[in-house]
Design a protein around this ligand. Structure first.
Ligand code: HEC
Ligand code: HEC
Ligand code: HEC
Ligand code: HEC
Length: 449
């Protein structure tokens, strides 16, 4: 099981170039639960959290309910710590030259996602700009910093004072996506990617696992499946909002809305082209396809959670696919339809956050996803990647409850091997491996119901 998680770290780094964005201070959920807006405090900087007796212990401690070595984990293992330094590296400097940005390491455009860069009036005191730090995710600390260590204090009291409840999968997902997908204010577009920025790929549970966690694992064995499921719904909702923004923006068609590998794949002889063999359903031959990775696996989850609403979603997505998968689709209509589908995805997010997740549902999802192997494989690398990450996450959770199943694990690990070279991804091979996953699940008696 460690195999696939390790793979991700490497593979996610080598995949073709990668979004969110509102200022660090601006994360506002549309979630109905948050109508009582918390008191927004000011930022104090990560140095205020890093004392040895607070979160800067070298070893995990057991004095309180938290590990207390969060700061050390962040400094030594978390990519967010080095996010600011990345703006100094050769790739960033060249990106700067190509985009006309004099110094990426001091440019607000880059700092918005690579640092806790907040305006002076939101700082309680002066602190050095560092990478993406504690308050970038947990919220400004001035209002709860002193009191959150008091005896009898509860996290809920801190939440009312501006700490973000990151145990809530919806809020966590929105926070991560603010940088990993982008917002209206901060984004990574194709121009930036062509200049050298990595492509933005995200999946909440996998990315939480490789951050790595500086928190204790949840007691509920189904926790990670719920995280994945809510993350999928929020990611679709936000991706559709982004499509609506782009369609009405100045640079439409914006290529980050399309499948990267629709344009960036290696060419073969016609006799060996799986794309020509597959055909071009719902679009003209050779037109760039809308990026289906945002929903290709989610639609299976949606069907399991709410079959009738999922039909409505399918119909909306199909229309959007047809309109978007040509470079001259009608922008206004795309924007309207994307906004409507985004609202529906949000209804799913609310429903999924309240749904029960158990071993039965995990088994059903494993079966339905692997049974859709042909459809998923025929999209592209990013869709296949989402399926591999989903199967991995759900199976890890299933194994915790039902014991290990080495054949299934080996078949799922085999999916990741098919993704090592994204531009020469081969759909029939991925599909054959999905069939092996299906067969292994059947042999193990999983999801035979
Ligand atoms: C303020 C913006 C911001 C927020 C919020 C944010 N990230 Fe990131 N994240 C980044 C940046 C920038 C990097 C790249 C760091 C580098 O290597 O320079 C990154 C890198 C990562 C990586 C490493 C990816 C790799 O290729 O190894 C993971 C994993 C990750 N983030 C997970 C998360 C998760 C999970 C959340 C939400 C809990 C989150 N991030 C929230 C900006 C953010
Ligand atoms: C919308 C948020 C956002 C903006 C704006 C942004 N980045 Fe990033 N950047 C990210 C995220 C998220 C990652 C990590 C991607 C991953 O690994 O999944 C990243 C990764 C990178 C990396 C790769 C780091 C590594 O570990 O190899 C470089 C280099 C980089 N960004 C440079 C820049 C530069 C230069 C700018 C400004 C021109 C910029 N970024 C603007 C979000 C952003
Ligand atoms: C990229 C986002 C991100 C950054 C940066 C970050 N955290 Fe976290 N942190 C999380 C997430 C997600 C959780 C899990 C929340 C949960 O499940 O309750 C968490 C959990 C925690 C917890 C445990 C909370 C609990 O109630 O169990 C502590 C303490 C903590 N973080 C402190 C820190 C400190 C200190 C820093 C800076 C050194 C930091 N975090 C940086 C995202 C982040
Ligand atoms: C509609 C076609 C199209 C789509 C879709 C598209 N690109 Fe591009 N991309 C191009 C073109 C054209 C260039 C310029 C190539 C050149 O100058 O040689 C380019 C350039 C690039 C480059 C720099 C070229 C290089 O060899 O380093 C990268 C990296 C890149 N794109 C990544 C992506 C990613 C990631 C996506 C998906 C998020 C994507 N592209 C989507 C057409 C596309």
């Amino acid at each position: 099981m460690a195999e696939s998680r390790r793979w991700r770290r490497v593979a996610l780094q080598i995949t073709l170039a990668s979004t969110l964005a509102y200022g660090v201070a601006g994360a506002q959920s549309t979630d109905k639960k948050r109508t009582n807006a918390p008191v927004a405090g000011k930022y104090v900087g990560p140095g205020s959290c890093g004392a040895t007796a607070c979160h800067g212990s070298v070893q995990p401690r057991s004095l309180t309910r938290v590990l207390q070595n969060e700061y050390s984990t962040w400094v030594t293992k978390d990519a967010h710590f080095k996010a600011l330094h990345s703006l100094d590296n050769a790739v960033s400097q060249r990106m700067g030259r190509l985009l006309g940005i004099e110094n990426p390491a001091t440019s607000p455009k880059c700092l918005a996602c690579h640092a806790l860069a907040v305006p002076a009036e939101l700082k309680l005191r002066e602190f050095d700009v560092e990478g993406v730090s504690c308050e970038s995710c947990h919220g400004p600390a001035s209002a709860w910093l002193d009191s959150h260590v008091l005896k009898g204090w509860t996290p809920q009291k801190s939440f009312a004072l501006g700490m973000l409840d990151l145990n809530d999968a919806t809020l966590r997902s929105e926070k991560c996506l603010s940088c990993h997908l982008g917002t209206a204010e901060n984004e990574v577009d194709h121009k930036m990617i062509a200049a050298g920025h990595p492509d933005l790929v995200f999946e909440l549970d996998s990315y939480s696992a490789i951050q790595p966690p500086h928190w204790k694992p949840a007691a509920d064995p189904n926790h990670d499946v719920r995280l994945w499921a809510v993350g999928q719904a929020i990611q679709l909702r936000e991706a559709l909002k982004r499509l609506a923004r782009h369609a009405q923006g100045a640079s439409w068609p914006e290529f980050t809305e399309y499948s990267c590998f629709g344009c960036h794949h290696s060419l073969t002889k016609p006799e060996t082209s799986w794309r020509q063999e597959r055909g071009y359903p719902h679009r003209a031959a050779g037109s760039p396809p809308w990026d289906s990775a945002h929903y290709i696996v989610f639609r299976i989850l949606a069907r399991d959670v709410d079959a009738s609403a999922s039909q409505q979603l399918e119909a909306q997505l199909e229309t959007l696919y047809q309109l978007t998968s040509s470079l001259n689709g009608p922008p206004k209509s795309i924007a309207e339809k994307a906004a409507a589908a985004s609202d529906l995805a949000n209804r799913f997010a609310v429903e999924i956050a309240q749904a029960s997740f158990d071993r039965g549902r995990a088994g059903r999802l494993l079966k339905s996803i692997s049974d859709q192997g042909d459809t998923i494989s025929n999209e592209d690398t990013r869709s296949a990647e989402q399926a591999a990450m989903a199967l991995d996450t759900i199976f890890l959770s299933y194994e915790k409850q039902a014991g290990s199943q080495p054949e299934v694990r080996a078949a799922i690990d085999g999916l990741f091997r098919e993704l090592n070279n994204p531009s020469s991804y081969d759909a029939p091979r991925f599909s054959a491996q999905m069939r092996k996953v299906s067969a292994a699940l059947r042999d193990a008696g999983i999801a035979s119901q």
